[in-house]
Design a protein around this ligand. Structure first.
Ligand code: NAD
Length: 469
């Protein structure tokens, strides 16, 4: 059999991007990124970057998405810092061999799983959390001992430019690179051989990424989106439910992959919930959300127009005001939209929340199951039996009962989609495991070389083997 050099194919495609990827692959092959000390140093450098550059990072987030400082801190910089802290605390333990028992037939011997880095990871980020979505996968990549090429989203242009400047300042330049650009550059990157591709973004590009990865048999993590339902039954505390829905829907002007996309509410409490949501919007953002420094903006005019089109022929019961020049799009509530309208067919990914009233809460489960598996599912209820039923009879990447995306704050919970909302997961150990190969090791002793398994076989050997295995 001919030996195949995995770097040979990539070497054929000479280009600045190809050269960069090749150089990084060679650094990985040199082996030093596997060292615990190197991983810790890089994670600490990332920590330092966030502390020292927080001013310019916050400015970039404000320029791209109108993010206020508190929101940007919680959901972007602070989020990554706490991921680093958790990783540094547990990394030594995660890297250790994970012992398992060894069956009698393989005694004397020992068995374990040894995590090893995959190699060079391509991380492609999305624009809505342009810092966190690129850097949190990077934390996992570093922890697992990998090299990485980062491709920030070109739509968050200020953050993309800034990261291309500050990452080389703080991190090991030989092991990491930032490649800026849009479709052409991403396409060129995807033509290279990587050992893993970690993509965050929409479903259509997810398919392009997976098709490109298939050419090299490269494994992928796809962090996609979809329409995340939010169920509210008549036993829920209306006031707390409204506050948490408003918090999770209008953070980042609704441009959050795990924002509730639509609400399914028991019709007996629908009016109360609507009023409570409207009151919370006013309480959080003031009488004029346009004047609020805490309310973000829509990323660009293309997305703005997409959102404005969703409102055509809909029954807007709250909000709806817009200014395409500034990106201001008022928190907007739509009551009982036609289910075949774009608003209910496409992921909204913006500040519009459809409210759908149900005659019976039993209708919620088939409603969800008739659609693609969502990234997140929210249930506000005090009814334990109903909670159990929804959990067992629906599928979603992540579920939160009686809150918005609070599960994101727990680094012990893997985060990822299922079905059309993605594959693979990360955060904390899930990220470390996802970007490691969990290598199986069995070590046998030379003692007791029982001949039972060796030919020639006979009836006695077979019956003994049947008892052992
Ligand atoms: P985007 O436009 O920023 O695209 C994502 C990345 O794909 C970018 O880096 C972009 O350069 C690249 N890209 C775009 N077109 C490409 C092409 N034709 N070929 C190769 N690469 C290409 O982001 P988006 O797709 O608008 O992101 C929004 C979607 O992402 C929503 O569906 C949202 O739910 C999802 N999302 C998911 C998560 C998650 O963690 N699961 C987080 C954020 C966003």
């Amino acid at each position: 059999m001919n030996a195949v050099n995995p770097n040979a194919a990539a070497k054929e495609q000479l280009s600045p991007i190809g050269d960069k990827v090749m150089a990084i692959r060679e650094v990985f092959a040199s082996g030093y990124t596997k060292e615990y000390a190197w991983r810790v140093e890089q994670l600490k450098q990332l920590e330092l970057l966030i502390h020292e550059k927080q001013g310019v990072l916050l400015e970039a987030l404000a320029a791209d998405l109108g993010k206020c400082k508190t929101e940007a801190w919680i959901s972007e910089l602070g989020f990554v810092l706490s991921d680093i802290k958790h990783t540094l605390k547990h990394l030594k333990k995660w890297m250790k061999p994970r012992k398992t028992s060894t069956p009698m037939g393989a005694q004397p011997g020992k068995s374990y799983v040894l995590p090893e880095p995959l190699g060079t990871v391509l991380i492609i980020g999305a624009w809505n959390y342009p810092f966190q979505l690129l850097l949190a996968p990077l934390v996992a990549a570093i922890a697992a001992g990998n090299c990485a090429v980062l491709k920030p989203s070109e739509l968050a242009e200020n953050m993309s430019k800034l990261l291309s400047e500050v990452i080389p300042e703080y991190l090991d330049n030989n092991a990491f690179a930032v490649v800026e650009g849009a479709v052409d550059e991403t396409t060129e990157l995807l033509a290279q051989r990587f050992d893993h591709i970690f993509y965050t973004g929409g479903e259509a590009v997810g398919k392009i990424v997976m098709a490109a990865a298939a050419k090299h048999l490269t494994p992928v993590t796809l962090e996609l989106g979809g329409k995340s339902p939010c169920i509210v039954d008549s036993t829920a505390s209306i006031d707390v439910t409204a506050a948490r829905i408003v918090w999770s829907k209008w953070m980042n002007a609704g441009q959050t992959c795990v924002a509730p996309d639509y609400v399914l509410v028991d019709k007996s409490i629908a009016d109360q919930l609507l009023v409570a949501i409207e009151n919370k919007i006013t309480a959080f953002y003031g009488e004029s959300t346009e004047a609020s420094k805490d309310y973000g903006k829509v990323i660009n005019q293309r997305h703005f127009q997409r959102l404005a089109n969703y409102l055509e022929d809909q029954k807007v019961v709250f909000g709806g005001r817009q200014n395409i020049q500034t990106g201001y799009f008022e928190p907007t509530l739509v009551l009982n939209p036609p289910l075949d309208s774009d608003l209910m067919q496409q992921e909204i990914f913006g500040p519009i929340l459809p409210i759908i009233t149900l005659d019976s809460m039993h209708q919620a489960i088939p409603f969800i199951n008739e659609r693609s598996k969502p990234l997140a599912l929210y249930l506000y209820s005090n009814n334990d039996e109903y909670k159990k039923k929804v959990l067992l009879q629906t599928s979603a990447g992540n579920v939160c009962i009686n809150d918005g995306f609070m599960f994101m704050t727990n680094p012990n919970l893997p985060f990822g989609g299922v079905g059309n909302s993605g594959m693979g997961s990360y955060h904390g150990r899930a990220g470390f495991d996802g970007l490691s190969h969990l290598k199986t090791v069995m070590e046998r002793s030379f003692k007791f070389d029982v001949s039972l398994r060796y030919p020639p076989f006979n009836k006695l050997k077979l019956s003994l083997l049947k008892r052992i295995l």
